[in-house]
Design a protein around this ligand. Structure first.
Ligand code: NAG
Ligand code: NAG
Ligand code: NAG
Length: 439
């Protein structure tokens, strides 16, 4: 009886050219044939005879999780199969993949191994995301018996370049959103950090009242990193990292360029020096794009070249992506060399200037002044350390206060400094001071 039914089915299947046919249409049709072939009047034929051994699953079909690209194996283990025939059916589209020993699916990645007419193992090579879902092992008992295992396909994270930020150029004070989108399975989480490992001040650099500090984070989680009122301290390379614990995490590097017009700072604006001595003036500027610095005296630009080569020596160097430092050395001071020197910093967004006065002191006074003014001068020292009032700077003292960065404020400071040299020496932290060469 059973075998007759299956012969009918085998006739049917090739007739459908072994396409991935709906199990409802074909598999059930098999039973339909069987029912149709047996007159209801006979009775009992649809149900196993008394004493007939009914097949049963030795264990439920297991769930498996496989990274995309690997091979998957799902086993169906059946006891007492007898003449019954199990089929593998893909739950999602009801496609019959295999029937007994036969592969029905046209998917070349699907294969089957069997052993002892008991274990029917479905093999899926090079697993794709479309393979995700339930796989049902069904036995053509009446009613049918089935057990379903789920195949989960893991996909490593991938950052979607078209939907993510590229390098960003903004004016200082603007609000910035950096976006990173990624796909993968499970859904990757996105985290942000600065490439240099510095914390990210999310609230901009304006100091809030009540001495509260900004939210400083070393990493931030989310697709969008919002920075309100962006400042120069935000400038740099940011990394968004997509991770879903499927090897391996991926990252994208986004440069944030913050444009701002130059600000300038001359640490020592009053310098006393004796005739015939050499003296140096130090000028610091912050600007992005990086500024150019030049020096002038009474409207005449100093080049430090040609006929000026002995008198003036100018050395400018970049100390960070937006900081530049210039040192003007005036050699062998003569009476005409005393007076005001101007340092001018300029970029495409504007220019600013500041000046310093060199006044004459007696040789004796000069040496004592030199002692109080010449301090350890570390070239790499961040000049801005000394620029802010400490209680207004960030907790680690590393960031500027807005106040300090405003040219107007600097000018006020300068006039304050000019009012009293001793005051200037005490209040201006002599991180970088005029360099006096004593010989
Ligand atoms: C397989 O996962 C489903 C849920 O997706 C669960 O109901 C079933 O019990 C799991 N089967 C096994 C054998 O763990
Ligand atoms: C920038 O963000 C701040 C705080 O979220 C908001 O108050 C301000 O209006 C925003 N500015 C602009 C130009 O969108
Ligand atoms: C001034 O600098 C020049 C060149 O560096 C040096 O030769 C000279 O000795 C210095 N003079 C004094 C008084 O330090």
């Amino acid at each position: 009886m059973l075998s007759r039914c299956w012969i009918l089915l085998w006739v049917l299947v090739p007739a459908f050219t072994r396409a991935e046919i709906s199990s409802d249409r074909v598999y059930r049709k098999g039973y339909g044939q069987r029912l149709g072939a047996v007159p209801q009047a006979v009775g009992g034929e649809d149900y196993p005879d008394e004493g007939e051994i009914i097949p049963s699953f030795a264990e439920p079909v297991q769930n498996i999780t496989v990274p995309r690209g690997r091979d998957a194996k799902i086993a169906c283990i059946i006891d007492n199969l007898g003449d019954y025939r199990p089929a593998w059916i893909k739950e999602k589209d009801k496609a019959i993949l295999t029937m007994h020993q036969q592969i029905i699916s046209r998917n070349y990645r699907i294969s089957l191994s069997t052993s002892d007419n008991r274990v029917f193992t479905l093999h899926i090579r090079n697993v794709q995301e479309s393979d995700r879902g339930g796989y049902m092992c069904q036995i053509n008992t009446s009613p049918v018996k089935s057990s379903t295992g789920y195949l989960d396909v893991l996909v490593p994270p991938d950052i979607l370049a078209e939907q993510s930020s590229s390098d960003v150029v903004v004016r200082e004070g603007a609000n910035v959103s950096l976006v990173c989108k990624a796909r993968g399975y499970p859904t990757p989480s996105i985290s942000w950090r600065r490439e240099d490992g510095e914390p990210i001040p999310l609230g901009g650099y304006k100091q809030p009242t009540n001495n509260k500090l900004h939210t400083l984070v070393h990493s931030y989680t989310g697709e969008t990193l919002n920075i309100a009122r962006v400042s120069r301290i935000h400038m740099g390379a940011y990394l968004c990292i997509a991770n879903n614990n499927v090897p391996s995490p991926v990252s994208r590097r986004i440069m944030l360029h913050v444009h701002f017009s130059p600000v300038i700072w001359i640490p020592q604006q009053l310098v006393g020096v004796a005739p015939r001595h050499n003296v140096s003036l130090d000028c610091h500027s912050e600007a992005y794009p990086l500024s150019t610095i030049h020096w002038s005296k009474e409207g005449t630009r100093l080049s430090g070249e040609g006929s000026q080569a002995f008198k003036y020596h100018i050395e400018s160097k970049r100390t960070s992506s937006y900081k530049i430092r210039s040192i003007l050395t005036i050699r062998d001071m003569q009476s005409t060399d005393y007076g005001f020197y101007k340092c001018v910093s300029e970029n495409i967004l504007g220019f600013t200037e500041s000046s310093a006065q060199i006044y004459e002191v007696s040789p004796a006074r000069s040496s004592s002044t030199q002692e109080s003014m010449v301090e350890d001068d570390e070239d790499d020292h961040d000049p801005t350390y000394g620029m802010g009032t400490p209680e207004k700077s960030y907790s680690d003292g590393k960031y500027f206060t807005e106040e300090v960065l405003r040219p107007k404020e600097l000018t006020n400071k300068a006039s304050g400094a000019l009012s009293s040299i001793s005051n200037a020496v005490i209040t201006l932290p002599c991180v970088l001071v005029a360099l006096l060469n004593i010989s």
